[in-house]
Design a protein around this ligand. Structure first.
Ligand SMILES: Cc1cc2nc3c(=O)[nH]c(=O)nc-3n(C[C@H](O)[C@H](O)[C@H](O)COP(=O)(O)OP(=O)(O)OC[C@H]3O[C@@H](n4cnc5c(N)ncnc54)[C@H](O)[C@@H]3O)c2cc1C
Length: 430
């Protein structure tokens, strides 16, 4: 049984890894880029010991697929698990907000609203029934349960930073999932996600799998019971095919029935653009790892200081921050060039740390990804694309399927697990 996987991000890698566990070894991963890892891929400067992700990446301690695989492939002793500090920037000040005690001290909300926020968050953590939340938008739910002040100060800027012009459409089950299982402890891995990606790839290859990079797949046809996959003129033949690429790309890759495509065409997604800045000095001096920007006028929605989580000795003693934002493709910021964007963010970084100067920047890395975050509208549970498509033995894996959970490498690996089980089961029916 030959299995083809298009896309070498975490869902594609996860599918290959778990297929191996099911005893399926004739697997070929075809990846567009010259590297694996997709959104979780990284880069490395010459004088750094470790690479870093282009977009901020960490795991939660509840991410059982990711941490489980890390242990299985011999990286368990490389996991770094630590409590981190999260804060908000509002009205020119930073305040911690990541625990009950920091909430009680949180200066940007009245005492009554802090209590109201704490009670609503506690309820969301306790309540396991997410489906009831999807009938209402997050905006409406937050205003109703936490009040207008909490909405304005805390959540509205974050929703706008995360979903841009789609912010008002996002259902409250997505919000529930952001609160319900979160842990204060985060996990990272020595040598970064690239190390994990590399070790997964080694494991897949050791089990007989092939990984072919620089493979842009433009056409797929079905010939009798097999799939013909074209990379330019080169043709690959598979019995099972997994499209482990964003939904919008998968729908264009194969000539699916019109009614099937139309079902998903109203689903939107948004892009992400991030700077990784290598700095001479510490930027978030209070030790904050993740800083939410609760000011809608900022051209970014978060700053995270990686070296407040992981030792700076791994990056040539430099301090590393990510500065990021999600954007819809019509946004003027999406069209700006890297230099203009950097010039644009510097005065805002100075608002956070007035000592910061452009000369602190030793190097910068800019990246822009389309299809970085799906928009989850009302009653989304009825709109989720299935892993199995209407075409026999053609599966697809994408961030639109992990609902109510937010996109994440752990959930991508989990999709890979499900795909492996489906293929194994279907192959036994023959
Ligand atoms: C800003 C940001 C921050 C994030 N932070 C975290 C975090 O802290 N922790 C976490 O766990 N997750 C995080 N995530 C989410 C995580 O990166 C994704 O959920 C996960 O990587 C998705 O994996 P995927 O395989 O589904 O998709 P992708 O990573 O998008 O992989 C798809 C792959 O398909 C390839 N491809 C596309 N078209 C073709 C083609 N025509 N032919 C061949 N190949 C093709 C692409 O090159 C890519 O490698 C973050 C995401 C973003 C955007």
């Amino acid at each position: 049984m030959k299995v083809g996987i298009i896309g070498g991000g975490y869902s594609g890698l996860g599918a290959a890894y778990y297929l191996n566990k099911e005893g399926v070894n004739d697997i070929t991963i075809l990846e567009y880029e010259d590297h694996l890892g997709g959104l979780a891929s990284g880069f490395k400067r010459k004088d750094w010991k470790w690479p870093i992700e282009k977009l901020i990446h960490h795991w939660f301690t509840t991410d059982s697929y990711a941490l489980g695989i890390a242990r299985e492939i011999g990286l368990g002793n490389k996991l770094i698990i630590k409590d981190t500090k999260s804060s908000c920037f509002y009205n020119g000040r930073i305040a911690e907000l990541d625990s009950a005690t920091s909430l009680l001290r949180f200066p940007f909300l009245s005492f009554l609203n802090r209590i109201r926020l704490g009670m609503a968050m506690a309820y969301l953590r306790f309540d396991g029934n997410y489906l009831k939340y999807e009938k209402e938008t997050s905006y409406s739910f937050i205003k109703r349960s936490m009040g207008k002040e909490v909405f304005k100060v805390l959540w509205e800027p974050l929703f706008q930073g995360k979903f841009g012009k789609y912010a008002e459409q996002v259902n409250a089950a997505w919000f529930w999932a952001r609160i319900h299982p979160r842990t204060k402890s985060l996990a990272y891995i020595e040598e970064g996600f690239d190390k994990f990606t590399e070790a997964m790839a080694e494991s897949i290859k050791d089990n007989g799998g092939k990984i072919i990079l620089n493979s842009r797949i433009s056409k797929i046809t079905k010939e009798k019971d097999k799939f013909a996959v074209y990379r330019g003129r080169k043709k690959f033949i598979f019995d099972y095919l997994i499209l482990a690429v964003p939904l919008q790309i998968a729908l264009k890759m194969y000539n699916f029935p019109e009614d099937y495509k139309n079902k998903f065409s109203p689903l939107n997604s948004i892009g992400a653009q991030y700077f990784v800045l290598e700095l001479k000095n510490k930027f978030l001096e209070d030790g904050t790892y993740w800083l939410n920007i609760n000011d809608k006028n900022f051209p970014f929605m978060m700053v995270a200081e990686h070296t407040n989580f992981v030792d700076k000795k791994n990056y040539g003693e430099s301090h590393i921050i990510w500065v990021g934002k999600y954007l819809d493709y019509e946004s003027p910021l999406w069209k700006l060039g890297e230099k203009e964007l950097l010039d644009n963010i510097i005065p805002f970084l100075q608002k956070i740390n007035p000592k910061f100067e452009k000369s602190w920047i030793k190097s910068q890395f800019f990246s822009r990804f389309k299809n970085a975050q799906p928009i989850l509208p009302l009653n989304y549970s009825k709109k989720i694309p299935e892993i199995e498509t209407p075409i026999k033995n053609l599966l697809m894996l994408n961030m639109n399927q992990v609902y109510p959970w937010d996109r994440g490498t752990n959930n991508a690996l989990g999709l890979g697990y499900k795909a492996a089980k489906i293929i194994k089961k279907n192959s036994q029916k023959k």
